[in-house]
Ligand binder design. Structure first.
Ligand code: NAI
Ligand code: A1CAB
Length: 284
């Protein structure tokens, strides 16, 4: 990897919750000196000051600073909401040079739509990370446009490996990644909310119910990862015949729990495609 990409200049185009999750993970992993990182948003200067204080990065709040941050970046991380993507990416057209790398975390936004908006075949890395990147336990699907060179590919993978598990997939699989792991933390939080509520109804304090729930989820995940056994095998080891767990699982089946999760994930992927189509309609 040439020196330029060993310490590339990285500009965050968007400074919201996903951007901060990556920023925290990347700075904690010391992948880049904070002085190489510039963060910009639409207009919230206070937000930029907060990120500068927390991560020692450089804010870009004036129009001149923003243009300079985009022109001089080796990598631009597109981290605005899908509804804002078309306008933001079009604004890049007069600023980009051919060897700058765009890295997108934007749900639904395809590489081809980015190319349509820019009118060129800019090197683009399309990803679907999740907010667990904040603590280095992220799960990211990553795909590449043809123009991405080996150094850019290696650094992009290193960026997301710095914040968790990274899986190279063909671009059409990114919506499936969105359904399973991009939005996945929210499904687990939803289950945890219900577990905590039930624990409190049964007499536990909210603190104890939360601690027991969090440790149970963490332990179950670690059992899958460290034993190599699949969730079904591990579930059966918990389920004593006619015992307490079987009674609980039968209740979950009566409420079509697994079917609900399955349909939610398919709907999530479908929504990502809908959002991508909406951005593409703006690009045409
Ligand atoms: N939140 C999550 O768990 C995940 C989010 N994503 C994707 O990350 C992207 C951002 O999501 P969030 O961080 O949740 O949204 P957010 O609303 O928290 O942050 C969006 C940021 O983009 C900035 N922005 C919008 N238009 C801009 C413009 N024209 N110029 C400069 N900055 C602009 C906003 O000021 C804000 O800082 C979305 O596309 C989402 O699909 C992807 C994976 C997970
Ligand atoms: O809910 C969303 O659209 C974003 C993308 C994946 C997680 N959050």
């Amino acid at each position: 990897m040439n020196d330029k990409l060993q310490h590339p200049k990285l500009t965050f185009f968007g400074a919201g919750s996903m951007a901060e999750a990556l920023l925290r993970g990347i700075t904690a992993a010391e992948l880049l000196p904070p002085s190489n990182i510039v963060v910009m948003n639409r207009q919230n200067a206070e937000r930029l000051q907060e990120l500068q204080q927390k991560y020692k990065i450089m804010p870009a709040s004036t129009d001149t600073d923003k243009s300079n941050a985009l022109r001089s970046a080796d990598i631009i991380l597109l981290s605005m909401k899908p509804k804002d993507a078309a306008v933001a990416i079009r604004s890049l057209k007069p600023l980009l040079h051919p060897d700058q790398l765009l890295v997108s975390v934007i749900a639904g936004l395809s590489i081809d739509t980015i190319h349509q908006l820019l009118g060129n075949a800019q090197p683009v890395v399309r990803t679907m990370p999740n907010t667990s990147s904040t603590i280095g336990l992220g799960a990211t699907g990553i795909s590449f446009s043809e123009a991405v060179n080996e150094n850019q590919r290696a650094f992009a993978i290193a960026m997301f490996e710095a914040v968790g598990l990274t899986s190279v997939v063909e671009e059409p699989m990114i919506e499936a990644v969105n359904g399973v792991s991009g939005s996945g933390p929210a499904y687990i939080y939803y289950v945890m909310e219900a577990m905590i509520q039930a624990g409190v109804e049964l007499g536990l304090t909210p603190e104890v119910a939360t601690q027991l729930t969090a440790q149970t989820v963490k332990g179950a995940a670690e059992m899958v990862i460290s034993t190599g056994e699949n969730p079904g095998e591990l579930r059966r080891k918990v389920t004593s015949p006619n015992g307490t767990t079987q009674a609980a699982l039968e209740t979950l089946d009566r409420f079509a729990f697994q079917e609900a999760i399955n349909k939610a994930i398919h709907r999530c992927a479908e929504r990502a495609r809908e959002m991508g189509d909406a951005i593409r309609a703006e690009a045409l």
